[in-house]
Structure formats: structure tokens, C-alpha cells
Design a protein around this ligand. Sequence first.
Ligand SMILES: Cc1ncc(COP(=O)(O)O)c(C=O)c1O
Length: 371
Amino acid sequence: MPGIDIQDLDRNAVRLLVPDLPTHKDLSPFLDEIDTNRIYTNFGPLHTRLESELAAFLGVKHALCLSSGTSALELAVQNLHLPKGSQILIPSLNFPSAAIACIRNGHDPVFSDVDLTTGSLRTDIARQALQKNSKISAVLVSVLLGCSTECSDWEKFQADTGCRVVIDAAGAIGHIKPPNSISTIYSLHATKPLSAGEGGVLATNDAAAAKELRALSNFGYTQQGLEHVGTNSKLSEYHSAVGLAALQAWPKAKAKRLSLFSEYTEKLNAIGLPAFARVMNQTGVTSTFSLVFHDVVGERAVEDLAHAGVETRRWYCPHLHRHPAFQGFSTTGPLKNSEWLSQRLLGLPFHTSLTSADIDQVCAAIKTLQR
Ligand SMILES: Cc1ncc(COP(=O)(O)O)c(C=O)c1O
């Protein structure tokens, strides 16, 4: 997503996202293991351990560790075995990965509107879309901005309609548990609360799906030879080492994010937040902190905040259907809520290096926007 040029920001500015990755010291026991094992990739011992620790963490039978959240989504879509040219419903207020995963698998995304409060797709919106367009055969649900989604509703939707569902919970590893019957993906990108630097997780309880997905991530090889047309999306041992060290640090990182969120909300309320904006719903450990302003937020606001030493970003602006790469694809109708939200969402600095003084600076800068 484009944002303000780093060069334009003051060196002391409060940054939007600062990765919180393990230090050299925290990593070194894992790196020592790699040196001893002399295994660097191809489902090595650290990769295997990360998968079993993540499966326990997520409460799921299989947590495949892959090279990115986007590659996890691409494989999840391939694993649906839809005929080429199938139509897949995705919310237009979104990161591009879901649409990319559809198109790279030879399918057509159909862009849907979202709920105005949570910015997410709801099952009743998807059911209406299916009534209007019976060719839709799958739905990719995205969990954005720290909002929750009713996973049990999506399981019921899938059972009732026969329309397959994949949940993209890229930034939501702290608060979305994979539902029993739906593949769920997470990102381990550097800016996510739990990170391997780069990486992704595909969580599923379906042993047959997990077996095929494992083969797909390794070019398509099974013991019978090259059985599928796959790709190479394996996670290396070095990235797995970072993931294992990050899991050890998770309780601390989680507590810090939760306390920063409360402090932010309190201080924004003290400057009269409800009069001009609301905080996006929060249900757990989020990767971002976002406001929805009552009025349109322009690039001018982002620049003014940058001059006040605060880096911000307009998330999902424009929403996907407005991007040149996706304009040829259809929509379920007017995307009013996606349009409305994309004009009013603003991501504020949120990361574990944030101090109370930084939050004060952000709040003071936001207050000046109201004048
Ligand atoms: C909703 C969503 N899906 C997918 C992704 C892509 O994840 P990755 O960067 O690991 O490919 C992101 C990245 O931020 C995201 O926000």
C-alpha cells in the first residue's frame, strides 16, 4: 500500500509500523541448531517444530508453514479444486492478496461490499450475492483492522450453501481461531504481531487437504512423483528459527499490544474522539490501530500529520475494485460501504516500540486536524 515517503518524514517521527522481531541473542540457540543440523530448507527440523507449535497455538490439527500469507492463500484456493474461470466472492475493502490468489488460479473475483461497522464481509451479504449470482462457488473472507468475524456463521454458511469458504486472517493470528471446517490463513510478515520476517500459515483440520497442500508447496511432488502443478512456497529453516523465537516472545508482545491499545483509546477519548471519529472494533491482539473519521480523510491530512512528526496511512484506499489491475472484474452491485470506509479510514502508529510520549504526540497531532 502506498504511504508517505520515508525520506519526507522527520527522523524522529513516530513511525506507523515498526517490526518487532527477535534479537540476535534470542535467535542464536536456533541458529546454533541450524549450524549443527546443516539442513536449511525442505521441511527441516525447525520447520517441523514450528508447524507443531503453531498447530497447538491455534488449536488445529495442521498448521502448514509457507513462504508468505499470499502464497498460503493461493494454495488454499488451488486446493478448492474449482473449475477454471470460477467466480469467487471477495470483499472489495481489502488487501490485494485475495484477488491475486483468485486470478493466479485462473478464477474471477467478484467484488462484494462489506459491513459498515467492521469493514468485513458478513454471511447475509454473501447469501444475497449467491441469490443474485448462482455462479459464485467460493468466498474468501478477510479479517481486517482487528475486527472479529463470526467463524461459526461462516461454517453454517458453507454447510447450508455448499459454497466453499477460506478465511484470510493475515493480521489476526492473535484473535481468530481457525474454525473446524474452514481453511484459515495467517501472515508472518515483519509487521504482523507474530512474525518470521516473511512467512505464512495455512491452518486446517483436513488431513487430506494438508497432504495435498504440503505437496503443492513443494512444486507438486508426492511420493508418486510430480502429481500436481504446484509451486515453491516452502519456509526456510532460517525463517522458521525466527518464527520459533517469536512464539517464545508472544506472551510479552501480546500484553504490550493490548496495553497500548487501551492507552491509545483512553487518550483519544480524552481529546474528544467520539465527536470526530471512532476506533475500529478490537477483539484481541491487533496488528494495526485505525480510526474511522466521520468526514473524508484526504492525503492532505496524512501530509499534515507527517509534518507534525506522525506517520499514518489510509488503509485500503482505494478499495480493490478501483485498482487498475482489478477493474475488469464484476461487483455484486454498488460498493457503497467499501467506498465510504476507504475514504475515512486512517491507520495510526501501532507497534510494540511505541511509548506513552509517542501516543501523546499522535493524539496532539490528531487534535490539530479538527481545527
Ligand atoms: C488481509 C491480508 N491478506 C493477505 C496479506 C498478505 O500477507 P503476506 O504479506 O504475508 O503475503 C496481508 C498483508 O498485510 C493482509 O493484510
